[in-house]
Design a binder for this molecule. Structure first.
Ligand SMILES: Cc1cc2nc3c(=O)[nH]c(=O)nc-3n(C[C@H](O)[C@H](O)[C@H](O)COP(=O)(O)O)c2cc1C
Length: 312
């Protein structure tokens, strides 16, 4: 038992990060059933769809699970209302100001965690009253910090600044990675990319296959003027690069991005024109396997690495 397993009442300090188009109730419940904490990713769901996923998740697991709410998407009021009405007990907020919703959620008896990419925002989240912080390094898939601070440097610096439990994210997909993060000061880990390439992820098979084909160096962070995001280099990414060469305005970037690129890429499997979000650690992910196998192997490697570390 540690501060994270106690906070969420789970077996292992492993959290499956909320991921648009990847983390519906099937993934979240599988992670919770395997002893971690599964999160439904509300970012890609209309309010009605979210309600349905929460209800299905409650049926699929009797273990704790949560909902991730990226605050940059519309309908946040409605989404928060549904979360309260459905009796969700854990919420991970991201991409926004932790002050906006933390008190409301806490007043409704919900455990609140906020995702940050710097010590400054970790401190702000602690001041806003959250129960724990996810510190996410630049290696991570999905939206990303502008400061480019890597997990290796971010975790000990956040640790130095906050006293509440700390969850490390970005570049972790194995037991060794988990141990490294915990030695740096984390109480638990959040993994995204590894779970995107699981059987239970709701991503399109084409995207899952692309994750395991992705090699070291195949992803880069782009669109810093809008919201920085780490993408696999495909045609859409190259189109962006060509546009950047012409010193585009923000409006021109928005026009090229258009609407629903992420859905097109990750959910509909359009590997050419879609937005394909994944972390650098994809280079170490070689198979699409069930969630239980992922968690069991991470824990097995974690325990083995802990024993080896004593010998160093
Ligand atoms: C496909 C994809 C979609 C993501 N979508 C979200 C999201 O909706 N909300 C969020 O807070 N983080 C999102 N993330 C970040 C993850 O929750 C997690 O913090 C991150 O993946 C951890 O780094 P890793 O990919 O190296 O494991 C996403 C990541 C990926 C790979």
């Amino acid at each position: 038992m540690n501060r994270i397993t106690t906070l969420f009442n789970i077996q292992y300090p492993i959290i499956q990060g909320g991921m648009i188009w990847n983390s519906g109730y099937k993934l979240a419940s599988a992670v919770s059933n395997a002893g971690g904490l599964g999160l439904i990713g509300a970012g890609s769901m209309y309010p009605d769809v979210l309600r349905e996923h929460i209800q299905k998740c409650k049926k699929a697991t009797d273990k704790p699970f949560g909902v991730n709410v990226p605050m940059l998407y519309p309908n946040i009021e409605e989404i928060m209302q549904i979360i309260v009405e459905e009796g969700v007990k854990i919420v991970f907020t991201s991409a926004g100001n932790p002050k906006t919703w933390t008190s409301f959620l806490k007043e409704n008896g919900i455990t609140v965690v906020h995702v940050v990419s710097s010590s400054k925002f970790a401190l702000k989240a602690q001041e806003a009253g959250v129960d724990a912080v996810v510190a996410e390094g630049f290696e991570a898939g999905g939206h990303n910090g502008r400061e480019e601070t890597t997990t290796l440097t971010l975790i000990p610096m956040v640790k130095e600044n906050i006293s509440i439990p700390l969850i490390a994210a970005g570049g972790i997909a194995t037991g060794r990675g988990m141990l490294a993060a915990m030695i740096l000061g984390a109480d638990g880990v959040q993994m995204g990319s590894r779970f995107a390439a699981s059987v239970e992820s709701s991503a399109h098979q084409n995207f899952k296959q692309t994750i395991i084909d992705t090699k070291e160096g195949d992803t880069l962070v782009t669109l810093k003027e809008l919201a920085p995001v780490r993408l696999i280099k495909n045609k859409f990414f190259n189109d962006l690069q060509e546009l950047y060469a012409k010193c585009p305005t923000t409006e021109e970037l928005k026009a090229l991005l258009g609407r629903a690129r992420a859905k097109r890429g990750m959910f509909e499997g359009d590997l050419v024109e879609g937005e394909l979000e994944i972390g650098q650690i994809a280079g170490l992910i070689h198979d699409i396997i069930p969630v239980k196998e992922i968690i069991d192997s991470v824990i097995q490697e974690f325990e083995m690495a802990k024993k080896e570390a004593v010998l160093l």
